[in-house]
Design a protein around this ligand. Sequence first.
Ligand SMILES: Cc1ncc(COP(=O)(O)O)c(C=O)c1O
Length: 408
Amino acid sequence: MTDETTIEHLFTEPIRESMGGPSYGDWRSISAPDAVSLSYGFPYPDSLPNDQLIEAAEAVFEAEGDQALQYGGGEYVDRLAADVAARARERGIDCTESEVLLTNGATKAIDTICRAFLSPGDAIFVEAPTFMGALTLFENFGVEVAGFPVDSDGLDVDAVAAALRGRRREGRPIPKLLYTIPTFQNPTGTTMPVERRRRLLELAAEYDFVVLEDDAYGQLRYDGEDVPTMKAIDEEGRVLQVGTFAKTIAPGVRTGWILGPEAVVGELARIDAGGTNTFTRSVVGRYCTDGTLDSTVPELRAAYERRRDRMLEALEASMPPEASWTEPEGGFFVWVELPPGIDADRMLPEAAEEGVTYLPGEFFFPDDAGERCLRLSFSHVSVAEIDRAIEALGRATRSALAARSADD
Ligand SMILES: Cc1ncc(COP(=O)(O)O)c(C=O)c1O
């Protein structure tokens, strides 16, 4: 008998119930050696700033010596919080560094917020589809995860309003949190217009819940007009915004933040036992304050824009007319709806054989929806690979269509 079978009955009830289910990062296992992977929402390898991070680390040691490696770190630790607040102010958010809690990435930020607000039996509202990392994390809290549709303008706020009315009438739980990725959503790439954002804030005030805004891709706009973040238009202090350097520096720095009212952030800091990796924070602090981030982000935007454009052109050229897809103005993802009767999960082995892998839509829904959909990421591959991959996707889709017609 292994240790695991001896003690697993002592896990919390939510963990026992979700045991054996999907785990954070499962989606990384979808790959085939000879196929181009459009599954990963990772930065492309050449964008990773190895040399600049080495320089930043050297500068931190020069300035701080051993202090850089002590509990609490040195001055760059605090500089980073101040820098995050300054960047937020540039984007129209009225805040100071005391409203910033640095975290080990956006995922840990979401986890800390969930620990502070959710008890088993509570409800959380999410977009359906949504970021699967957040979905697997919500499972750990034993809460009801209720999904609401996403259209070309992001979350369908009218559907949320109708559900809230119904719940109030029936005496069912009103959500404590509503998790949204309003800008360049993962996985659909859609952006919620400001009117919807305002309506959502009105609902949050009327029904007394927190809006958990995930702004992981907010810095990566390629065209179109900026839309104010939920946090920027939040007059009541109901929005907790999470952000990350995973997409603008590197996922491996595991550095993100929560922006919220000072008193709330103070409590979140109190429960965030162990705190964050202060050394990495210092290096990122140096990177952000010596001009490196500002000089690299425009290059990243240009490189991702090229990839996005190429993917949209390739889809137009290769996919059958019954398929449709989103046209994101930023972020990493295109969401494809396959022709009726074609299941993206069942088509995956054939697609891999043709030369492409993707994430089937089902990964992104709290229930078993999304069979006809799939997520393509253009962030991690070259334009030449995008061409090859989308041609392969076109061939796999046409062959699935032919098989469907033969069955009819
Ligand atoms: C919407 C969204 N939030 C959060 C994350 C993860 O951020 P981090 O690596 O900082 O935990 C991702 C990464 O894929 C994401 O797409």
